[in-house]
Design a protein around this ligand. Structure first.
Ligand SMILES: *[C@@H]1O[C@H](CO)[C@@H](O)[C@H](O)[C@H]1NC(C)=O
Ligand SMILES: *[C@@H]1O[C@H](CO)[C@@H](O)[C@H](O)[C@H]1NC(C)=O
Length: 422
């Protein structure tokens, strides 16, 4: 879908390309200001329907997996009864395909009347009664990616409608926008319109994703308007897709890591743990690296059918604590050596998280040794540190002196995540 989106955008925006070369300047963004709505002080956690349920609108053939209020009510019930809410997953989010094909007589968006007979306000009330929050989806352009009414020309009306419905998060997509200027103006306009409603609404953008084909996004500016922002194409339920996102993130880390912090985060897209495409080790890798990257944790899976193992991984308190660490600094790839990547993330109280990821896709478990002196800007283990392995299983590894080595066995495509304390 994203390839399609980008091509569409590419054809339309060809004319602006020449001008935007001027914007290809390097900048540094230490401690830049975040969108001032008091939200997303740690990365957003919740559930988002897209990857698992996509645009299934056929409630006759597939009543249990079509995009309907029943699906969201069932997920809300399970988020509470099965420990997801207690683990921190609070936002239940609707993606594309919830709308009726046209606006109402007053120009307002409306939910599909057959699939959402109670309407979105009713669903929000239900979700709030469970102690959860409701997210909704709209698009900055003429149409949503799946062809439903876009918000172009209706930003104020739509922001007010979402606030009237007591929605708590807006995912704002970037399909069918006819110029880079309209894209930027639209994302900013909606941010201000949401603010003017007076309601606290997390603002999830895809602005940089749609800008990259034309010029390097100005993340300082994006951070002033959005609580999180997608940089790269949609995730799929495959190892290839997760790997692609990790490779993109490490290749662009000089641009994206420093801009993340309380109130504004890079969004590498949904967690696909608990679905069909990833092996156990690959699910561990996604969970570990999304924690290192301070990524929003938006699961897209079927909470009615999920293995105990995937559930335990997604609800792992220690890993979630790393993701939600209050220092709010995104981790980065420290080095790549001998078919392993070493990632690290600074945590509060001078602690560090370190992930060692195997790039091998053949053979069995392989051992890798790292000198602890190299971790945490050479400070994490000076003069000594306690290391706890968190993934794939929790295990105290003990006390390490500055000169010692840490040796691990890592499965192909898998990751070992550890926490280091002075
Ligand atoms: C709107 O923005 C102002 C400052 O720019 C901020 O103080 C206020 O809390 C914001 N309101 C909401 C509802 O986000
Ligand atoms: C990026 O945006 C910020 C804030 O709007 C602005 O101060 C800065 O000049 C912009 N940087 C570039 C390279 O355009």
């Amino acid at each position: 879908m994203v390839t399609g989106k980008l091509m569409k955008l590419g054809q339309r925006l060809g004319c602006v390309l020449a001008l935007s070369v001027l914007a290809l300047v390097l900048w540094s963004v230490p401690g830049t200001k975040a969108l001032d709505n008091g939200l997303a002080m740690t990365p957003t956690m919740g559930w988002l329907h897209w990857e698992r349920f996509m645009c299934n609108v056929d409630c006759t053939e597939e009543p249990d997996s079509c995009i309907s209020e029943q699906l969201f009510m069932q997920m809300a019930d399970l988020m509470v009864s099965d420990g997801w809410k207690d683990a921190g997953y609070q936002y239940l989010c609707i993606d594309d395909c919830w709308m009726a094909p046209t606006r109402d007589s007053k120009g307002r968006l409306q939910a599909d009347p057959e699939r959402f007979p109670g309407g979105i306000h009713h669903l929000a009330n239900y979700v709030h009664s469970k102690g959860l929050k409701l997210g909704i989806y709209a698009d900055v352009g003429q149409k949503t990616c799946a062809g439903y009414p876009g918000s172009f020309g209706y930003y104020d009306i739509d922001a007010k409608t979402f606030a009237d419905w007591e929605v708590d998060l807006l995912k704002f997509d970037g399909c069918f926008c006819d110029s880079v200027k309209h894209l930027a103006d639209g994302y900013k306009h909606m941010s201000l319109a949401l603010n003017r409603t007076g309601r606290s609404i997390v603002y999830s953008c895809e602005w940089p994703l749609y800008l990259w084909p034309f010029h390097k996004p100005n993340y300082t500016e994006i951070r002033q308007y959005c609580n999180h922002w997608r940089n790269f194409g949609d995730i799929f339920d495959s190892w290839q897709s997760v790997k692609g996102i990790l490779d993109w993130s490490s290749s662009n880390q000089d641009t994206i890591v420093d801009v993340a912090g309380p109130g504004g985060w890079n969004d590498p897209d949904m967690l696909v743990i608990g679905n069909f495409g990833l092996s156990w080790d690959q699910q561990v890798t996604q969970m570990a690296l999304w924690a290192i990257m301070a990524a929003p944790l938006l699961m897209s899976n079927d909470l009615r059918h999920i293995s105990p193992q995937a559930k335990a991984l997604l609800q792992d308190k220690d890993v979630i604590a790393i993701n939600q660490d209050i220092l709010g600094k995104q981790g980065y790839l420290l080095r790549k050596e001998d078919k392993f990547e070493v990632w690290e993330r600074p945590l509060s109280n001078l602690a560090w998280a370190v992930a060692i990821r195997s790039l091998r896709e053949i053979g069995g478990p392989h051992s890798h040794t790292i000198s602890v002196a190299t971790l945490g800007r050479a400070a994490a283990c000076n003069p000594a540190c306690l290391i706890t392995q968190l993934l794939p299983v929790k295990k105290e590894l003990g006390l390490f002196e500055w000169t010692s080595a840490l040796k691990m066995q890592i499965n192909p495509t898998g990751t070992v995540l550890v926490r280091i304390k002075k």
